[in-house]
Design a protein around this ligand. Sequence first.
Ligand code: NAI
Length: 334
Amino acid sequence: MKIAVCSAHPYDRQFLQEANATFGHELSFFDARLNEETRQMVAGFPAICAFVNDTLNEAVLQALAQQGTQLIALRCAGFNNVDLAAAARHGIRIVRVPAYSPHSIAEHTLALILTLNRKTHRAYNRVRDGNFSLDGLLGFELRGRTIGIIGTGRIGLATAEILRGFGCRLLAHDPYPNPECLALGARYVTLDELYRESDLITLHCPLNQESFHLINAAAIGKMKRGVTIINTSRGAVIDTPAVIAALKSGRIGGLGLDVYEQEGDLFFQDLSCQVIQDDMFERLLSFPNVLITGHQGFFTAEALASIARTTLDNVRVFEQSGLCPNEVTTALVR
Ligand code: NAI
């Protein structure tokens, strides 16, 4: 099938081309993100392969339908950037990669936790600079600490498994408790109790109506003073101005982010020679106790190979049978 791959980076080309050796699709790669301005670049493609920051709103979907697109194959798990009701109205099917390697994101979560806590990023620079002072590098032991996990699906569970190995006490919150998480010894509690008890809170829920700005001033007000918050889920789960205020007052003692609400204007690009216009992002960067990575949780060889295989297979099944095994519809939003 002819597939237009949007937001294509060199690594997307590499892994999709390697996987395509067994599928034989006709792949065309476009560097640009898909949005209202670029929608014409994919005119005539029956299938479009999109990523997390491509815009798939009503206007874009309507235009794509008129241009002959039948299928959008998301090469990611999250689908908060797609207007699913509009896709249904315009007869475009949406498929995704529901599970590739939750361990990739879970392990990156731990990288954020350990780096933020033991300040290895600062130590690296100091030692290279001949500065062997330890002032400001004090960390804490994870063993015995209470960790609150919000969202215990695939990634939350994989994170819980690792944290159990560190000897942490695990609290969890999810509208659908996961028996495997319970088996690890995690205790499901209300959000209020999780906020009250946790030394560190890690977010693994999807972005939906309930989780939008879940971490806001009211929620932070219920947390332990000095709490560490880690977000590898979606940026808008956090209300950024509220978090900035709490960092300034010391209520939040550490913040590790792999995602950011306005990341669409920043991430996955080299902006190192440009003036960043996002003042909120720059304010976040100014805190010594904030660590930000640019949405790289998924970025492992294992995950990319698996994402490429499933994405191309999703298109194959649709082409051969009209079926969509990994379809995303409004029924999936919970
Ligand atoms: P999943 O669907 O396996 O698990 C999500 C869990 O969150 C479910 O158990 C669900 O019941 C729960 N949930 C839904 N709404 C909730 C709420 N308001 N409060 C608490 N729990 C809630 O999804 P998976 O694979 O674990 O991924 C989780 C999220 O991680 C994705 O939706 C995506 O946003 C993000 N993600 C980030 C990546 C990265 O590179 N940083 C890569 C892949 C996913």
